[in-house]
Design a protein around this ligand. Structure first.
Ligand code: NFS
Ligand code: SF4
Length: 644
């Protein structure tokens, strides 16, 4: 397949060609070897949860051996996907909570509590006494409470109290207020085991409660604690794409998700002793860059460059310029092992729960994190001499990342009256039509980055403010869309005017996938600020993810839906087509219950139109589409907006 059909990223295209010439395999080649993919799996109608099976629903057999029908099987599979996603985010959050607590107790000397203001704020929310107490004492209490959220025997998620009151009441009424995170995961696995929950609507209700335990629990805690521990992000410049690699420096890639590792490697790489050693081997310094969500975490907090997103992970190694790639958890392809063996690159796993057969493992522990990080940096330096031929594509783009909830609040309102008021006002007066989160991965089934970036452009053209997270952020960054100046050229007149007036970009990078919780907090603030309804489901907002691959993305989608938002996915990445009832419920029925719903549209231009129609509908319902300001899009407008 043509490199341009595999990726819309020019740097990626170059490396894909190079790998083909060298006979090296990547995810796209492996996808080809998998074709045609199993239709039963795609539709969600394959069940292998008991050993009477595997069973699959077809014209020939309408039910499995136990009698389970397509509705039950599709719903159970969906619930298990959400459980996988929630467990990933939440286990990440738990690890952060453990390091946070250790740091507070002085047992993790390399980590320090950085954001005291945010610590105090969270402490008050969690009912921890702050007056006259040291940050350490406060942090110990906060850490204990946070850790307990994962497994507490009684009560519901504390952070869910951040949602608008009517939303909390609705969750209560429907019985979907999330309890302890571990409990929701365990119950989901239990309910979807053979012979338990066999009413698809009841199964899907658990999917909502479980997903909410992620968005308003595990992920939100991860974000909060990471901000307090490593600093709340503020806007800073960075660069994105493989061109950030340096031909004359020791290049280290940090890949994965938990900043516990990457923060220490960032520190170690600036150590004088390390820099001197790097010079001794003839290099011109140490260059740390990230891939996937770890990259977002580092860009958000330190402006450390991003080498690429999910589908770039193998490609960066094939530049021949990487001395060491340190990986922790999630989104790490096993294929890395093979490509690393083709080069001098040292691939190292660092999380005890995530090892790869045949790959070196160096365990990062909180007590000795910096020492271990230095060891890794030393390994990279020593490996510089082993470099063979290097080919670094010349592409990179400037980006401004670091839009936490706090920064948006601050930029909009200023330090003394930090507030969302200007944003609310401009949504009400119609200069900004609404706000959309573009989230998620890349997937070899879709030309890399193409849907995220087209959708982002199409939305800002239509005066919709875009917030991005995860690999979608990196996709936008690679195409200059995280560069305020470049992105402004694409923005519609209303959005552009507001962005210029308040000094924000039309596309705001908000962090990693756990940071989707920042979007929930921001949406709650839009409601609290007033004038846009009483509940999240009243807001002119939506979420979109047209090229995801991970279970986490579906968990995120479900918590946005259960929080009242429209969520648009590409059809072939949502495996529910095998049940008309489950599809009908998730695409329509659920809206009556929770105010949000799923939708599918694989074409990003059509998705933008669908989202705009939804947003205008919400605006109509709010009564803010006054005739004189209403901007109706007729066919001519639409044609003018179409991408060429
Ligand atoms: Ni989100 Fe991040 Fe990327 Fe997808 Fe993977 S890195 S947590 S799952 S692939 S966006
Ligand atoms: Fe088949 Fe039922 Fe067992 Fe699933 S639970 S594998 S449908 S017998």
């Amino acid at each position: 397949m043509e490199p341009s059909k595999r990726s819309s990223d020019k740097a990626a295209q170059e490396i894909i060609s190079r790998m083909a010439q060298l006979g090296q395999q990547n995810a796209w080649d492996r996808l080809e070897a998998q074709l045609p993919q199993c239709g039963f799996g795609k539709q969600g109608v394959c069940c292998r949860i008991c050993s009477m099976g595997p069973c699959r629903i077809s014209k020939k057999a309408a039910v499995g051996i136990c009698g389970a029908d397509a509705d039950t099987i599709v719903a159970r599979n969906f619930l298990r996907i959400v459980a996988g996603g929630v467990s990933a985010h939440s286990d990440h959050g738990r690890t952060v909570a453990e390091v946070f607590l250790a740091a507070a107790k002085g047992e993790a000397p390399d980590y320090r509590i950085k954001d005291i203001v945010k610590l105090n704020k969270l402490a008050r929310e969690l009912g921890v006494e702050t007056a006259g107490r040291s940050p350490q004492d406060i942090a110990v209490d906060v850490g204990e409470i946070a850790l307990a959220e994962y497994g507490k025997p009684h009560g519901t998620q504390s952070m869910a109290r951040r949602a608008p009151k009517p939303r909390q009441d609705l969750w209560q009424k429907l019985g979907v207020t999330p309890r302890a995170i571990d409990r929701e995961i365990a119950e989901a696995l239990h309910r979807s085991a053979m012979g338990v929950d066999q009413d698809y609507r009841n199964v899907l209700r658990q999917a909502s409660r479980l997903a909410l335990a992620d968005g308003w629990g595990g992920s939100m805690l991860a974000t909060e604690l990471q901000d307090i521990l490593f600093g709340t992000p503020y806007p800073g410049r960075g660069e994105v794409n493989m061109g950030v690699l340096k031909a004359d420096a020791v290049n280290i890639i940090v890949h994965g998700h938990e900043p516990i590792l990457s923060e220490m490697i960032a520190v170690a790489s600036q150590d004088k002793e390390m820099l001197a050693e790097a010079q001794k081997v003839g290099s011109n310094g140490i260059n740390v860059a990230g891939t996937c969500c770890t990259a977002n975490e580092l860009l958000m907090r330190h402006g450390i460059p991003i080498a690429g997103n999910f589908l770039n992970q193998e490609l960066v190694i094939a530049t021949g310029a990487i001395e060491l790639m340190a990986v922790d958890v999630q989104c790490v392809m096993q294929g890395l092992g093979e490509i690393a063996r083709c080069y001098h690159t040292k691939l190292v796993t660092t999380a005890d729960k995530a090892r790869i057969a045949g790959v070196e493992h160096v365990s990062i522990e909180e007590k000795t994190a910096l020492k271990t990080a230095k060891e890794l940096v030393r390994m990279a330096i020593a490996n510089y001499r082993n470099r063979g031929q290097v080919y670094i594509p010349a592409y990179k783009e400037k980006a401004v990342g670091g839009f936490s909830f706090e920064t948006i609040n601050y930029i909009l309102g200023g330090r003394f009256r930090a507030s969302f008021r200007p944003l609310n006002d401009n949504i009400i007066n119609g200069r900004i039509r609404g706000v959309v989160g573009i989230v998620g991965c890349t997937n070899p089934k879709t030309p890399q980055d193409s849907t995220h970036t087209t959708l982002a452009r199409e939305l800002i053209k239509r005066d919709i403010l875009v917030l991005t997270t995860g690999c979608a952020t990196i996709a936008c960054g690679k195409q200059g869309l995280a560069n305020p100046k470049k992105a402004l050229e694409w923005a519609g007149p209303g959005l552009r005017e507001v962005c210029e007036a308040v000094g924000i970009a039309p596309i705001l990078p908000c962090g990693s996938c756990v940071d989707n919780s920042r979007l929930l907090v921001s949406c709650s603030e839009l409601v609290r600020e007033g004038g846009l309804g009483e509940d999240l489901s009243d807001l002119p907002i939506a979420g979109a993810c047209l090229e995801s691959m991970h279970e986490k993305a579906i968990a995120i989608g479900q918590y946005f839906v259960a929080s009242g938002a429209l969520v648009v996915f590409a059809e072939d990445i949502l495996p529910i087509a095998g049940s008309a009832n489950v599809s009908e419920y998730l695409y329509h029925g659920i809206e009556k219950d929770l105010g949000g719903r799923w939708a599918v549209e694989s074409d990003p231009v059509k998705a933008a139109e669908m989202i705009l129609a939804h947003i205008e509908g919400k605006r109509d319902a709010l009564g803010i589409n006054k005739t004189k300001e209403r901007k109706l899009y007729d066919m001519a407008d639409r044609r003018a907006l179409a991408v060429d």
